[in-house]
Design a protein around this ligand. Structure first.
Ligand SMILES: [Zn+2]
Length: 358
């Protein structure tokens, strides 16, 4: 294998560099490039999947992304992660765009008008040519192989895992054969990665033993979340990833994949708390959580639902209204009316800005 095993890597932030790829099917990256050259600019993203309506859990992420990024004077990308074409629907995309406008959150890139106009690089299903190019880069490095295993077959071999399903490398020696039906997996090095989460502190993960060789494309031909999100974060110059704690385990594998793709400047990561419902379970669309649409039908105002979302994760002391414009204030001044138990904001803000500027 051409790639040599690397020692334990301590991923600190790097200066923001202009990407090396210039393929630009839709023109939007022309706007990104100048930003990416300015090392001090934070670029983050809000990246929902149009597999359902927005709910309070999304709003928590919206508040963190907009609040922190605006407080830092950064830029926000709206990206729609419709890589799984079997589960995404156009009416959900339309609803997400309309709900964000109703809430008062305006992205700097990936504006609703751009999505409504047609293909855009901020919609993952429009990026298949670019993803295919990146896959060929991995093929050229002999890093991927065809995997014909179903989930059922993997489970039959390894037994019920209890936690995350770890692929056992059954097809590792098969090689890459695009004409053969099956998924495509990336050989992960036996590598321990350490990174600093801006809220949770130092994290150490070992993807090879957590998930095993990473699925790049599934058996139905869909690009996977891990691949599409890593490719997009790199291409779009995202240097601060703000997302829920449920995605913490995905981080090292995305850092590893980004390395294999050629990214030299790992983004910083901040994983924030999630809303627990009465039973302590995370809210999700699959749990039929109450959607933003339901709140709207009840006559709630944007500031009512944003206030409730912020309160449910401890960003507000009480369930009081919060407007989109007030979100940055949550993260700017600990001496204000907002007391944030989970976030020492002044320290965190300084840390984020310093690290992105390094
Ligand atoms: Zn397999």
């Amino acid at each position: 294998m051409p790639r040599k095993n690397l020692p334990v890597i301590f991923w600190r932030q790097f200066s923001v560099k202009s990407g090396t790829r210039s393929n630009n099917p839709h023109g939007a990256y022309a706007k990104l490039r100048p930003m990416m050259k300015k090392a001090a600019i934070v670029i983050s993203r809000f990246a929902p999947s149009p597999t359902g309506y927005l709910h309070l859990g999304h709003l928590v992420n919206v508040i963190y992304v907009w609040g922190i990024t605006r407080a830092l004077g950064g830029q926000i990308i709206l990206r729609l992660e419709d890589h799984d074409q079997g589960r995404c629907r156009v009416e959900y995309e339309a609803a997400i765009l309309e709900d964000l406008e109703w809430l008062g959150f305006e992205p700097d890139l990936g504006a609703p008008t751009a999505f409504r106009a047609g293909p855009t690089c901020f919609r993952q299903s429009d990026n298949t040519t670019r993803y295919e190019g990146l896959l060929q880069d991995l093929v050229a490095q002999d890093l991927v192989y065809t995997c014909t295993c179903s989930r059922k077959a993997i489970l039959a071999r390894i037994g019920a895992p209890g936690g995350e399903l770890r692929y056992d490398g059954h097809c590792r020696e098969r090689g890459y054969s695009p004409e053969e039906a099956g998924g495509i997996r990336l050989r992960l090095d036996d590598e321990t990665l350490t990174f600093d989460d801006l809220l949770l502190g130092t994290q150490t993960q070992h993807p090879a033993s957590q998930c095993g060789d990473l699925l790049v494309k599934d058996r139905n031909g869909n690009w996977t979340y891990q691949f599409a999100v890593t490719a997009d974060d790199w291409e779009q110059g995202v240097n601060l990833v703000i997302r829920g704690e449920d995605l913490l385990d995905s981080t090292a594998r995305q850092i590893q994949l980004a390395q294999y793709l050629g990214r030299t400047d790992a983004p910083r990561f901040l994983h924030h708390p999630l809303i627990d419902d009465a039973s302590g379970k995370k809210l999700s669309k699959r749990d039929f959580a109450k959607s933003l649409r339901d709140y709207r039908r009840e006559g709630k105002r944007p500031e009512d639902v944003l206030g409730e979302a912020a309160w449910r994760v401890g960003l507000l002391k009480a369930n009081t209204p919060l407007s989109a414009a007030e979100a940055p204030g949550l993260f700017l001044d600990v001496t204000s009316a907002f007391d944030i138990p989970s976030l020492n904001t002044k320290v965190a803000m300084t840390d984020i800005l310093d690290s992105v500027r390094e």
